[in-house]
Each structure stands twice: as C-alpha cells, then as structure tokens.
Ligand binder design. Structure first.
Ligand SMILES: Cc1ncc(COP(=O)(O)O)c(C=O)c1O
Length: 380
C-alpha cells in the first residue's frame, strides 16, 4: 500500500469546537502588550547568529490534499538549538538578569526550554542549574550540559522536578526562569511568549499569502499563546486557530470544554515529551480561551510516520528534519482532511493557506533516529 493510501486512514482522537470563540486583538494584546513583543524582537534579532527560520512549502502535501498552500515554519534551524524554545527562555534570562553577573539562573524542563535557559545563561556568563525529571532522556541532558549548566535529575515527573527547582531556588536565592505562569508568576512566562511571537513576525514577511489556518501544538500553551499574540499584532487577517495536543495530555482541550482552566491527570507520558503537560499556563489560558476555534488531539502512533514523510521528501521538495513535536501539525491537518464534515466546518478547501509550526528538529537525536527508523518501516 502506498503512503498516500495509508495517510487516508489517519484519524484524530478528539475534535472540539470552542463555543466561547470571539477573537479580539485588543484582548490578546492586553496580556502580551505590543511593547513587550517589540522589545523581544528588537533584542533577539540583534543576537549574533540570528536569522529568520525557513518557511518551507509542503508542496507535495498541498497537492495531495488539494489545498492552495501548506507552509511549514522550520524551527530546527533556530540558533543551532534546534527548537523555537531558543526564542523564549534565553530571552527571559537576558531580561531578568539586567546585566548582573553574580546571579544564578534555575529552571525545570522537559528538555527544550532548559536548553534555551542554559544557552541564555552561557551567553551572559551566568551560572545555571537545570532540573529534569526521570523521563528526560540522557541525550537531552547531555545537550544541556554542553552549555555548561549543572543538571540535577529528580525522581518522578516534571512536577517533581519543578518542585525541587523551586525549593532549592528559594533556599539559595536563585532566579527562576519558567515558561509556566500562575497567579504570582507572570512576567517571566510573558517574556518567553513574547520571544515566541517572533516566529509569526517572520512569517508575516516571508509570504504575501494570507494565512487562513494555523495549527499550534500545545504543552502548557506558551507557544500557542505567543503565536496568537503574534497573529494579533502582525497579521492583517485573523486565521482559524487550531490547537493540537497528545490525547494523553489534552489540558487545553479539557479547559476549553469546561470553560475554565482544568488540570488533568496524565495516565501515560506522550512520546511528544515537550507537549506532555497537565495544566495550561495562566496567561496562555487568558489569551487562548476565546482565540482558539478548535482543539484537536492525536495519538502517538502516527508520530514516527510523519517524521519519516518529512525526512524522505514525501511532503516537500526538500528533506526536512522534524522531531516528535513537529509531527502533530501534519498529523492533525491530514486527519482533518480525512473527515469531510470537520474539514467543511473548518472551511479548509482549495483556497486555504495553512501554516504548520515545525517546532523542533532532531533535538533528541537518539529518539529522532529511533522514530525515523520505525516510521520508514511503517509508512514507506
Ligand atoms: C518542541 C516543542 N514543541 C512544543 C512545545 C509546547 O510548548 P508549550 O509548552 O509552550 O505549549 C514544547 C514544549 O516544551 C516543545 O519543546
């Protein structure tokens, strides 16, 4: 069976229309003000090594799905850190350190955020302590260590690593750089989200086509909220916004369903490690609750297949290295196109210009190689 016949069978596990939808630019920019977005762009675009990441046309996929354009923002090329997270944590480190050299930065991470914080600290010559759970791979740990951060592994899950990070930071007076916001902790996550909005600023100058739909992966919702702020600030027309999560970690979907921020229980960690989160960040929730049109969830099973399709040039002219968290947009789009009613409800047709965020490359090379091998065997 050809891969084209195989992808025709792809399905979402859930799709939820947001009954409370009502996008308002001013509301979004109230939580991430224009000045914050501007400062993030001004600072980061002056860092050594800054360049726009490629906006690649998935021309083979758009032809298969009979869609005008499918764009893929390739964040594997971001500052050599291989994910969009390079724009967030590192920027927050620079802002909160205020040129002081005698401070210690700390953070808990599933991988990419900590790598960004460690890089940001190294750039400024600051000491850095990164807390990781037992689920973070050795490969991700080693990448963080290469940036001269001290890595502390904590038994249990992400929440345990965060708890330990906060405890030690309080005791030792370290600065904490998290991307998750709560009632008493908003400014640092706002900085990280402002950093992420740069992806959208870049897209606004990389194509003159109006984006009609954007697919945004969510863990704690920081990337999605940063992108939505970018849309409110830089796009002339507001596209339909679709958030995608792993079925085992659908905290955004659950919150949209209940109409309030809802914590979920993760029964099994997703292979999409950066997105395996149980609660949406507070500021992200305020931004997303009326801005999202649809929430969808996917299973882990098609992740290797999507990785292989990108790498084997089945979707585009160019080979694309997309890691596990880059797969959801592709899986989500294909699955929606297989569901006639949903496709119609979302107005996806031959005039659509879809934007997918390829949010990471082979940031965990070991896992990437393993998934690629499985994917090639399954889909090709
Ligand atoms: C590669 C990648 N994509 C997406 C996400 C999800 O981002 P957020 O937690 O801001 O929603 C993460 C989070 O770590 C990630 O590492």
């Amino acid at each position: 069976m050809s891969f084209k016949s195989k992808i025709k069978k792809w399905k979402l596990s859930q799709a939820l229309h947001n009954k409370n939808y009502g996008f308002r630019r001013l509301l979004v920019l109230n939580y991430l003000p224009k000045a914050l977005l501007y400062n993030a762009y001004k600072t980061i675009s002056n860092w050594r090594g800054y360049s726009q990441t490629p906006l690649i046309k998935l021309n083979k996929l758009s032809k298969t799905l009979d869609i005008n354009n499918v764009f893929y923002k390739d964040e594997s090329k971001r500052f050599g850190l291989k994910s969009f997270k390079a724009l967030g944590g590192a920027y927050a480190v620079e802002k909160i350190s205020e040129n002081k050299k005698n401070i210690v930065i700390s953070s808990a991470t599933a991988g990419n955020h900590g790598r960004s914080v460690a890089w940001g600290s190294q750039r400024l010559g600051l000491r850095c302590k990164i807390f990781i759970s037992q689920y973070v791979s050795k490969c991700r740990e080693d990448e963080i260590k290469k940036l001269k951060a001290e890595v502390i592994r904590v038994k249990g899950n992400y929440e345990n690593s965060l708890g330990e990070c906060l405890r030690q930071a309080k005791k030792n007076k370290w600065k904490v750089v998290q991307d998750f916001s709560s009632n008493n902790y908003k400014y640092v996550p706002q900085l990280t989200m402002a950093g992420y909005s740069i992806m959208i600023k870049e897209v606004s100058s990389q194509t003159n086509q109006y984006i009609t739909h954007i697919f945004l992966q969510a863990g704690v919702g920081g990337m999605a909220a940063g992108a939505v702020a970018g849309i409110a600030r830089y796009f002339k027309k507001i596209p339909k916004i679709i958030v995608i999560e792993p079925e085992n970690a659908a905290c955004v979907l659950e919150s949209i369903k209940k109409g309030k921020r809802t914590k979920i229980k993760i029964k099994k960690e997703s292979i999409m490690g950066g997105m395996s989160c149980n609660e949406i960040s507070l500021v992200a929730w305020k931004i997303l609750k009326k801005s999202i049109n649809y929430c969808v969830t996917i299973r882990d099973t098609k992740v290797p297949d999507a990785i292989a399709l990108l790498e084997r040039k089945k979707l585009s002219k160019k080979k694309i290295i997309g890691g596990e968290c880059s797969a959801p947009g592709i899986i989500g789009l294909i699955s929606i196109c297989n569901d006639k009613r949903l496709k119609k409800n979302l107005d996806i047709d031959k005039n659509s210009n879809i934007l997918l965020i390829g949010c990471e490359g082979n940031a965990d090379t070991h896992l990437y190689n393993k998934l690629l091998k499985i994917g090639k065997r399954k889909i090709l």
